[in-house]
Write a protein that binds this ligand. Sequence first.
Ligand code: NAD
Length: 478
Amino acid sequence: MYRKLALYINGEFIESDGREQTAVVNPATGETIGHLPVATTHDLDAALAAAQRAFSSWRKSSPLERAAILRKVGELSRSRAREIGRNITLDEGKPLDEAIVEVTSCSEHADWHAEECRRIYGRVIPARDPAIHQFVSREPVGVCAAFSPWNFPYNQAIRKVAAAIGAGCTIILKGPEEAPSAVMAIAEMFDEAGLPPGVLNVVWGNPAHISEYLIRSPIVRKISFTGSVQVGKALAALAGAHMKRATLELGGHSPVLVFEDADVEAAAAMLARFKVRNAGQVCVSPTRFYVQEKAYERFLAKFTDVMCSVKVGNGLEAGTEMGPLANARRVPAMQRFVDDAVARGGQILGGGGASAAQASQGNFFNPTVVTGLPDDSLLMSEEPFGPIAPVVRFRDADEVIARANSLPFGLSSYVFTGSLKTAHKVSGALEAGMVNINHFGSGRAETPFGGVKDSGIGSEGGTESFDGYLVTKFVTQI
Ligand code: NAD
């Protein structure tokens, strides 16, 4: 049913072999589907040594060699998308079609980095003395430690691995223990594609222990983390204490601004579908819905209608549009938002929890719409990371821009308007790493993905992707 799980160190897959193991649970059924070996300190040291050894030759590898391996992984990913997707549905819970699309669309990160790694250019500086030759080159930073989360287990891991390997770095990846299958598949595909031993290593275990051990190691020169703001800040502080570079893709609380001159019903339907993708467990999920007064009732009616018609169930069953939450702790986390909303005078227009039958099977929580909330309520100010959406009114552009920018987050944002002038004004004013106007267009391999303010540092994807994995060297020669 479910795939085999292992550590991957120095080109070898290492099964539990007496090590401690953690259980992998299907969130739609509560069944244990696999066991994951926990890396010992000896394993972590072996991964560090392997990555350091491999870096001495991989840093000098031809970009053509790196590109060939990345391209091969892109091809293998597409050919295995169904099998990888099925395992993602089993350990993470999202509907099978969504899981397969995650693999096929995000295999483009392997293709993109294969192309871009051939274009890591330096530059020649016109020296002030004609006898002097001055140039700038960009070199791989060294051994990287990466920590990828459970919500998009293939997507979040392949981005980090492709960027590190394409840049000429080596990498130790700690994947998500709760949804490990996609990272295992990535390791297998790089192995088959001919990646030299030690360039990629995969470890599992206690996240806090492993991250601290790796970040403190003098061998590691750079970290990359995707996850919550709280953990991101702790890892950034540790990285700072040891002067390590960091790429951090953290939480968001994406505002949605729907102006009355937009195609309001179409926007409502699109946004409701987008909101329930991966049960709302998406860092760029639309989160605070501000709708201009005259459009409010029309938007709310359509939005609630679509949200409440979503078919919730086991992601392997045909017709399922939204699966369970990925892990059991997310259910009380959602309930906390609902309880606070009710206490603050909000109205729950649909969802609000799960039926007894759903709850007896897995971590289900139905799509929920909330109205009448003040801006300082929990749902309007903390990241829900689930299928729950507050809808509130606004009067004009200046007011809604101020409210949209009022939180410490700055990841994605969404604007729906028929006016070019409004689109221009709002996109310039929003404090966000990504602004989507009248459609959803971020997260592609060729576009930079990242946040500002508490939402993180650096970009993954786009021509910016390698910036976090390269250091600048200036050479002056007479
Ligand atoms: P969490 O903060 O405990 O964990 C989030 C992720 O970070 C997990 O993958 C976890 O394994 C990892 N992690 C936790 N502590 C770590 C540490 N000390 N070192 C290294 N990795 C560590 O929260 P959770 O309950 O798993 O998820 C809920 C919250 O996490 C959400 O509210 C959301 O903000 C955030 N999250 C964000 C993303 C994203 O794409 N930005 C992805 C997953 C989770």
